[in-house]
Ligand binder design. Structure first.
Ligand code: XIL
Length: 348
């Protein structure tokens, strides 16, 4: 029997005897949460948080605080939401998220200081000169990182700077400032909070290939110019039909680690058809478990963060029509097979 099948049968046996989630909120429950099990192994297990349900849904808050020891902002720390106008910052939602994390003793990944998407229209629509845009970048990064200095330990400083063609993405920042905007962004963040760990984050750069080679080269280049970069985030938005090879992801993590980088899995979800079969759920559990086992076995991999945690709130159905059910909890906050299998792995 393969290891996964063994885990699957253990997970199913645990379900039959009453899953921890359906028990009363007693000690058994607390000790078997992903959070407790991951903490015991020195791993951060996290979820991206949406501001709406965090504010209004007690069940959402309960599962989030119970099951995870790390969180990140799905949207509210992006420049668009934070900077409705050049003069104003809109801190309320981001503050609420940081307050929640602190009252639940959770680590925070700040996401994301520089991204070509979710920019405010006042930034996107003007014709900036180079110095003007550098000033905006500096002011923004300094204000955000300073506000949460000492409270947010990890920041995605630049998100998705490499395109699908493995070349530097021709974003507003790249075109107006030049590729050195990356060094500047990391430098501004470091000046604002010298203790924060600063990450470069991207998608489709998990395994080996042209894009992950480009990310690796980018990290080398940043290091060679003395840029304060401490880690790389591998987003891991994947499918069951074509998941990255775990051997390739392992090699990639190792070469980044050899450069001194910490690696976080930052946005994992495993999308399956909207109305999944049992087979889809098993295949999904396997992909989640493979990534968890890989992360546990590589000392450079210190955080595994999901892009949400419940199928009730996920970006997948609107961004990948026909797909859904991508997260470890279903729409009613019940743990799915992926959860059960990861729980078995963390218990071992
Ligand atoms: C997505 C959010 O989930 C959506 O709600 C939003 O409309 C667009 O952004 N890579 C990233 C994330 O780094 O910030 C993106 O989040 C998903 C892809």
């Amino acid at each position: 029997m393969t290891r996964f099948l063994l885990l699957l049968s253990l997970a199913l046996a645990a379900c039959d005897s009453g899953s921890p989630m359906s028990e009363e909120n007693d000690d058994t429950h607390t000790e078997t949460t992903l959070r407790a099990l991951a903490t015991a192994k020195g791993l951060h297990v996290g979820a991206a948080v949406a501001a709406g349900p965090l504010a209004s849904d007690p069940a959402y808050r309960e599962v989030l605080g119970t099951e995870f020891n790390m969180l990140t902002a799905e949207n509210v720390m992006k420049m668009g939401p934070l900077r409705p106008s050049p003069q104003a910052f809109s801190w309320d939602d981001a503050d609420a998220l940081v307050d929640f994390a602190e009252s639940n003793d959770m680590a925070i990944r700040g996401h994301a200081l520089v991204w070509h998407s979710s920019l405010p229209s006042w930034v996107e629509s003007a014709n900036w000169g180079r110095q003007e845009l550098i000033a905006i970048l500096q002011e923004h990064i300094t204000a955000v990182v300073t506000r949460y200095s000492g409270r947010i330990a990890h920041w995605d400083v630049v998100n998705e700077a490499v395109g699908d063609d493995a070349r530097r993405r021709p974003t507003l920042f790249n075109e107006v400032i030049g590729p050195e905007y990356l060094q500047m962004a990391f430098g501004f963040a470091h000046d604002a909070d010298p203790d924060a760990k600063l990450f470069y984050n991207d998608y489709s750069a998990e395994g080996l290939g042209a894009k992950s080679d480009a990310v690796y080269a980018l990290v080398q280049e940043l290091l060679s110019t003395g840029t304060p970069i401490h880690g790389v985030g591998l987003q891991m938005h994947v499918t069951t039909s074509n998941p990255p090879s775990m051997d390739a992801v392992r090699s990639n993590i190792r070469r980044l680690a050899a450069l001194g980088m910490e690696v976080h899995i930052t946005e994992m979800d495993v999308r399956i058809p909207e109305s999944p079969t049992d087979g889809d759920l098993v295949a999904q559990a396997q992909v989640y478990n493979d990534v968890l086992e890989l992360c546990l076995s590589e000392s450079a991999c210190t955080s595994l963060v999901f892009w949400g945690f419940t199928d009730r709130h996920s970006w997948i159905p609107s961004f990948f029509p026909g797909f859904g059910a991508a997260l470890p909890f279903d729409e009613n906050y019940q743990p799915k097979l992926a959860y059960q299998v990861m729980q078995q792995t963390l218990s071992n």
